[in-house]
Design a binder for this molecule. Sequence first.
Ligand code: FAD
Length: 441
Amino acid sequence: YDAIVIGAGLGGLLAAAHLVQRNKHVLVLERLNHSGGRFTAKTFQGVQVSTGAVHMVPFGSSGVLAHMLSRLRVPYRFFDADVFGSFHVHGKQHRVRGLLGVSRFLGPRQFGWFLRLGWLMFFRPLPADERDLPFDRWLERHINVKRNPQLVAFFERISRFALSLELHQVSTAEVIQTTKNMFRFGAPAIVDGGCGALSKRLEQHVIKQGGEILHSCEVRQILQEEGKVSGVRFLQKTSGEERTVYAPLVVSDIGPRATDALLENRRITQAALLKELKNPAMEAPLRGEPTIREAVGLKVHVLSDVSLIPHRGIMYCLDTKRIAGIVQPTNSDPSLAPPGKHLLITHQVIQSHNVEEEKALALADLRMLFGETFEKHCRVLTMGTYRGEWPVNRLSQGEDVSPKTHVQGLYLVGDAVKPSGYLMVEGVAQSVNHFLDLLDS
Ligand code: FAD
C-alpha cells in the first residue's frame, strides 16, 4: 500500500478520500463493523440515533467541511439554521436572529454589558496577559458576574453545547477565535439524512475511487524502522487472524494517546481510561494537572408527538441545571424520525462522577422546560455518556496537537488535531487540510 489509515471515522475517511484522489493505493482499517466513528447513526425504532454528533455541522454550508466535500465531489446537502438560535429563559423561548433578539431576553442593563464584551472581543487587540486566561476569569475581569447572571449563562451554555467545556476549561483566545469563525462562516446546519448518510456517502466515495476499507480490523501495533513508519499489525476480529501490512505513510484517526500506545505495542482500554477519569469537568486543563484533557458529555434522544422547537437552530437553555442546549433535527429533515414524530437531541457537559445523577438532572431539566407536554407526548429513546475512548472531543478545544508526529511518515488527523477556532467536525476537516499541507511541504 501507499498509505494505511487507522480508523474510519470522519477524519480517517476524509484523509483517505484525498489520498485516493491523488492516486494512492489506500487501506483503511476500522475496528468496528461499520465506518463513521462518532459521526454516524443507527436506526432505532425508526429514528436515526447518532453514535456521537447531533446531526449538526457547526459552520453549515459555508464551512470547511462543506467546502471539502464539494472539492472531493462527495454529494451532500446541509440545511442551514434559519436563526442564530433561541434562548429558553424564565419559561419562555426567545428566538434570536440579530442583536435585538439578545436584548429582549437580557434586558437593557445586561445587554449594555453584552455590547461592551462584544467590543472587547472583536474590536480591541487581545492583550497578551488575557490570551491564556480561562474565559470565566476574563468575564470576571470585565463584568460584575453576580449582577449579570443571564449574560454569564449565555456564554456558559454556548460553550457547554458547542465545545462541551465549562468556561474555566477554555482560554479567552480560543473563545474569541471560535466566535469569530462562527460569524465568518455562518450558522450551523443539519445534515440531510443525518450524519450516518454523510459518512456512508464518504465511505462509498473512497471505495469507488479504488480505496479499500476493512471493518472489524483492529490495529494492534504501528511498525517503525529507524524512526520511519513502515506499516501496521492488525487483528481481523471475525477470523481471529493477525496480519501485517506495509506502507511508507500511516494516518491515524484515533488520537495521540492511542497512537502512542500502538507505537509501543500497547492497547488502551475503555475500562482503564474510565478509572483514570476521576472528575472530568472539575479537573480544568487550564488549572489542574489532569492526564486526560478530552471533552466529555451526555446526550439524550427524545421522540415527541408534538414539535417543541419551532426553528432549525439550537435552543440554548439558560435556566437548566445540566442541559445546555437542544436541537430538533427533524425540522430540517423529517426522515430522521417516523412520519409525524419529532426528534429532539439534548447535550450537556458531565459535571460529576455520578452518571445516574447526571441523567436524573437531564430528565428534571426536560420536565422543567416542557412541563406536562414532556410527560404526555415525549419518550426518551436513549441517554448516554461520551467519555474515555468515545468522548465528545478527544482533546479539548485549544489543547489540540499537530498532525505531525516524531515518527517520519506517521500523521494524526481527527478531533485531537483541530486548529484554533475550528470546532467539532469543522476542526476534523481542517485537521485533514493541515495534514495535506504537511504532506506537500
Ligand atoms: P472518530 O469518529 O472517533 O473515529 C475514529 C475511528 O477509529 C472510530 O471509528 C474507531 O472505532 C476507530 N478505531 C479506534 N481505534 C482503532 C484501532 N486500534 N484500529 C482500528 N480502528 C480504530 N461534532 C459536530 O460537528 N457536530 C455535532 O453536532 C457534534 N455533536 C457531538 C455530540 C456528541 C455526544 C459527541 C460524542 C460528539 C459530537 N461531535 C459533534 C463531535 C464529532 O462527532 C467528532 O468530533 C467527530 O466525529 C470525530 O471524528 P474522528 O474521525 O476524529 O474520530
